[in-house]
Design a protein around this ligand. Structure first.
Ligand code: ZN
Length: 110
C-alpha cells in the first residue's frame, strides 16, 4: 500500500482565515490537504486533532461549501483553502501527518 499523503502547511501568507478546528485559536496558516484524506482514508490522528476542520471563510460562505480548489503538486492532488493555527501545524508536523512547505504558497491559490 502506498504511504498516506501528508498535508502541507505554509508559513504564509498569514491571515485570519477563520476559527481553527481545535477551537483554541484562529487559523492563520494556509494548508493543502491531500484529496486522499477525503476520498480514501484519513489518518486517525487528523480527526482526533480536528486538524483543518475549522470553517475557513475562503471555503465556506454562509451554509454552503463553495470554494474548494483542487491543486496538484509533485503528482499528488490536494484540496486548497484549508487552514489551521500555529499550534495545530506544529502538532501535525510532529505527529507526522503534515509537513512544512518548502516553497511559497502557490500564486494561483491566493
Ligand atoms: Zn488549532
Amino acid at each position: 500500500m502506498p504511504p498516506v499523503n501528508k498535508a502541507i502547511v505554509f508559513l504564509g501568507p498569514e491571515d485570519c482565515y477563520g476559527p481553527c478546528g481545535c477551537g483554541m485559536d484562529m487559523a492563520i496558516l494556509p494548508v493543502l490537504v491531500p484529496k486522499d484524506w477525503y476520498l480514501e482514508e484519513c489518518p486517525p490522528e487528523v480527526a482526533n486533532d480536528f486538524f483543518c476542520m475549522g470553517e475557513d471563510f475562503r471555503r465556506i460562505c454562509g451554509f454552503s461549501i463553495n470554494n474548494v480548489f483542487e491543486y496538484e503538486m509533485n503528482g499528488v492532488e490536494y484540496f486548497a483553502n484549508f487552514s489551521c493555527c500555529r499550534e495545530c501545524a506544529e502538532r501535525a508536523v510532529s505527529q507526522g501527518y503534515a509537513v512544512w512547505a518548502d516553497r511559497d504558497y502557490p500564486m494561483s491559490l491566493r
